[in-house]
Design a protein around this ligand. Structure first.
Ligand code: FNR
Length: 178
């Protein structure tokens, strides 16, 4: 059976290194992984518990349906001001009242041009994913420092070690789904 994987980039930026990374991973992935890219982060309403009843806003319903339907989730995110980008945290806040992430095999990657690789956003994201009971996969997390030195202007990965590390994350994600 094919595995459906939902990919989410925490960056809205057109030339985002994290979005490029996400796309590169889709290119590296085994063909039995069937990918969907979630594009709705920037269109979600601001989380407001007052609006979190019934099915909620249509954009939220779509987000939840995409995650529910996926066998696994990949998140690639930058770090802003030592934390998770607001748009990504906002999306996750809309999921706290649901079980869509429950035991969902999830891979988590952060990338940054700095030597720290977005480690604080990465750690914070893991805490939030823990709150919604995502199954963050063993071997499925990666903190990538100096990202701008590891890809070319078109977002293609030029660093062999990074390519190997990304493949290993994909393998771990696939293993966790079996
Ligand atoms: C950043 N950046 C950044 N990087 C980091 O490692 N830790 C941080 O706390 C921050 N904070 C931060 C705040 C703001 C307002 C901006 C604009 C940037 C740098 C960030 O990693 C860099 O812009 C990346 O290129 C963003 O990821 P994408 O968009 O390339 O995926």
């Amino acid at each position: 059976k094919e595995l459906s994987v939902l990919a989410i980039s925490g960056s809205l930026r057109k030339h985002s290194s994290n979005t490029a990374l996400m796309n590169a991973m889709i290119g590296l992935a085994p063909s039995r992984m069937d990918w969907k890219i979630y594009q709705g982060l920037g269109d979600l309403p601001h989380f407001n518990p007052d609006d979190d009843h019934g099915d909620g806003p249509v954009e939220v319903r779509e987000l939840r349906a995409h995650i529910q339907a996926a066998d696994a989730v990949l998140i690639c995110t930058p770090e802003y001001a030592n934390g998770v980008p607001g748009v990504l945290k906002n999306a996750l806040d809309w999921l706290v009242s649901t079980t869509v992430f429950l035991q969902k095999p999830t891979a988590v990657i952060s990338a940054s041009p700095t030597p720290m690789g977005g480690d604080k956003a990465h750690a914070s994201l893991l805490l939030t994913l823990g709150m919604i009971n995502a199954a963050v996969v063993e071997g499925g997390t990666l903190i990538i420092p100096h990202i701008t030195m590891k890809m070319d202007k078109n977002g293609a990965i030029t660093d062999e070690q990074l390519r190997a590390d990304l493949s290993s994350v994909l393998q771990a994600l696939e293993r966790a789904c079996r």
